[in-house]
Design a protein around this ligand. Structure first.
Ligand SMILES: *Cc1c(COP(=O)(O)O)cnc(C)c1O
Length: 251
């Protein structure tokens, strides 16, 4: 076998192991595996690994920095990839995001919504977004304050028609305390349910098969995705457990 076939097979084994863990967590929670998507997070990993992953059927990849998306997209023009922005997005990068991202999960403030909407409407494009909500007290985490979510959704619905809000995203507290981690995930789900009950879901945000709008809850990473699935995650963002340990010095 060639080296690249070996690399693809090695990735397929890791992917199957993660999928098996997702399946087990779903079964434990009485949920269907079809209701929990895997978002592979490729930040800091090279395009060879992304090619291996694409050869295994993956197409959406989570990235944190627009600069990195730009570089990787330039190297992968022959490989269909949908870039999903999951990291803090500076307002001055809205133009890049509007041009290159298939989706933004880290929408957390109005000046960013405005900048994205302006760029998107210039391109005649509608972008799927998730609103990132802060569900822990950790000072370093980005995200909208949960109490501000209703007004934020009202403004998005009224003023930014190029953004289609599909759900919410969060990072749980980084802690060994399982209950504290679960509480973050539960908070996100509760906020979503309240937004639905309060009629804050614009008709334009709904897609076929949605239950009540804002269906998507992007929560859970390598260290906590099984808990997130038990708390209602529809999408787990997994980097290191799939691709290996990250080396930030290389980026
Ligand atoms: C890096 C990152 C992930 C993936 O982290 P792992 O622990 O490697 O799975 C998920 N979500 C966000 C927002 C990230 O920045």
């Amino acid at each position: 076998m060639s080296d690249s076939t070996n690399a693809i097979n090695a990735f397929a084994v890791r992917l199957a192991a993660i999928q098996a863990r997702i399946d087990i967590a779903c079964r434990r929670a009485g949920r269907s595996s079809a209701d929990v998507a895997l978002l592979p997070v490729s930040k800091t990993f090279g395009t060879e690994l992304i090619r291996d992953a694409a050869a295994c059927g993956l197409r959406r990849f989570g990235e944190s920095r627009m600069q990195e998306v730009r570089e990787k997209a330039g190297q992968l023009t022959d490989c269909p990839v949908d870039w999903v922005v999951i990291g803090h997005l500076q307002t001055n990068k809205a133009k890049d995001a509007a041009a290159l991202a298939a989706e933004v999960q880290s929408l957390d403030r109005l000046d960013l919504a405005q900048a994205l909407d302006r760029r998107l409407s210039a391109e005649g494009r509608v972008l799927d977004v998730l609103v990132q909500v802060k569900t822990s007290d950790e000072p370093s985490k980005f995200g909208l304050d949960g109490a501000a979510l209703p007004d934020f959704l009202r403004t998005l619905a009224a003023d930014y028609p190029s953004l289609r809000v599909r759900g919410l995203m969060t990072l749980a507290v980084n802690s060994d305390d399982e209950q504290a981690v679960r509480a973050c995930f539960r908070r996100l789900r509760t906020l979503r349910d309240a937004a639905r009950a309060d009629g804050l879901v614009a008709d334009a945000w709904r897609t076929a098969g949605d239950q009540g709008g804002l269906d998507r809850l992007s929560m859970g990473m390598s260290g906590d995705f099984e808990l997130a699935i038990e708390e209602g995650s529809t999408e787990v963002r997994i980097g290191s457990a799939l691709f290996g340990a990250r080396d930030y010095s290389a980026t």
